[in-house]
Design a protein around this ligand. Structure first.
Ligand code: SF4
Length: 330
């Protein structure tokens, strides 16, 4: 597996200071008494043809970020620009048209496929919804999509339960491609699959990227999964990006103590290349009550007084390598 051969182009998606907060209500009058800051000030640009891996422990807000970017849920604040157009608060027909260009591949292929529908209808449903082509051409196009994701023509007339996990994910991928989108947000697309099947699905996604000129935002909790397919990797902690860099730079010299811990946890087959694992203490704090200053400070062995008081901002520590940590500010 290697990164996409596509050339990286102009910005496709520009996310600026994106927030998604969920209100918490309490008391006898059910007033708002707080909020869960699932996504807090996320700024990220995806170039055309690029794959950006977005990683972090569960509960760090990466899936909510993906859903907010696709406008499956409304952002609380911030802006989302797609191909230079502000799509942060568009609605109705404009949003419907935008959805053709932005699709999602879900983690659990079984839960995201209607068990009562034939696979052919599941895959062709988006095209039918947009009324793009005649029925005969639709069937032909659906069969081509199935073939392109490595499924036989007979799959058209079968139901999701007749397939393995890997094949079901291929069905989900075929459906996400049906409208020829420009951006795919893949939310943990291989984490529910056996390890032996994961690399097949990752290879398929890479081949499709070149053929369909796709841009991917690839969400994962496991850094080793995104390593081989991402041009850049962003690490999220408690709703915010704490580090973003080109993949090589991120693995060679991770700067943020949280990223260093995540990378040290990746299994290394060669015993001579193994480094000491950094074991993180404690759990991710609640996004309803985040720590002051640097959100990582209760778990960080390098924390000092400034870390407990001042929230570090993402800044450039090396060319193309940004980190939010006081260790790298002068
Ligand atoms: Fe650790 Fe301080 Fe850096 Fe946060 S800002 S990661 S607490 S050293």
């Amino acid at each position: 597996m290697s990164q996409s051969k596509q050339s990286i182009g102009a910005p496709l998606l520009e996310i600026t200071n994106l927030k998604k907060h969920y209100p918490i209500y309490g008391g006898i009058f059910r007033r708002q008494i707080g909020s869960v800051k699932a996504v807090d000030n996320l700024t990220l640009t995806l170039q055309q043809g690029e794959t950006v891996g977005l990683v972090g422990e569960s509960g760090c807000g990466k899936s909510t970020a993906g859903r907010t970017i696709l406008r499956l849920t409304d952002p609380t604040e911030g802006s989302i620009r797609f191909e230079g157009q502000d799509v942060t608060s568009i609605r109705g027909e404009k949003l419907r048209q935008l959805r053709q260009n932005m699709q999602m591949v879900f983690q659990d292929p079984f839960a995201s496929l209607n068990p009562k529908m034939m696979v052919g209808h599941i895959v062709s449903e988006p095209i039918r919804n947009y009324n793009r082509i005649q029925e005969k051409a639709l069937t032909e196009e659906t069969l081509q999509l199935l073939e392109r994701v490595g499924l036989p023509a007979e799959a058209y007339y079968k139901y999701p339960h007749e397939f393995s996990g890997g094949q079901r994910q291929r069905i989900g991928i075929a459906r996400s491609l049906a409208l020829k989108p420009k951006l795919i947000v893949a939310d943990e697309p291989v984490s529910a699959l056996d390890v032996s099947v994961q690399s097949q699905v990752l290879n398929l996604l890479q081949d499709l990227q070149d053929d369909f000129k796709l841009t991917y935002l690839f969400i994962a909790h496991d850094l080793s999964v995104v390593k081989h397919i991402s041009n850049r990797i962003g690490v999220m902690y408690l709703g915010s990006l704490v580090e973003i860099a080109a993949t090589d730079s991120m693995y060679r010299s991770p700067l943020h103590p949280y990223t260093q811990a995540l990378i040290s946890a990746i299994p290394v087959p060669d015993p001579l290349k193994r480094k000491e694992r950094i074991v993180l203490q404690g759990d991710v704090p609640s996004p309803a009550n985040p720590p002051t200053g640097c959100a990582f400070h209760p778990r960080c062995v390098h924390a000092t007084a400034i870390c407990r008081e001042v929230r570090p901002q993402l800044h450039q520590a090396a060319p193309g390598h940004q980190v939010a940590c006081h260790l790298y500010t002068t």
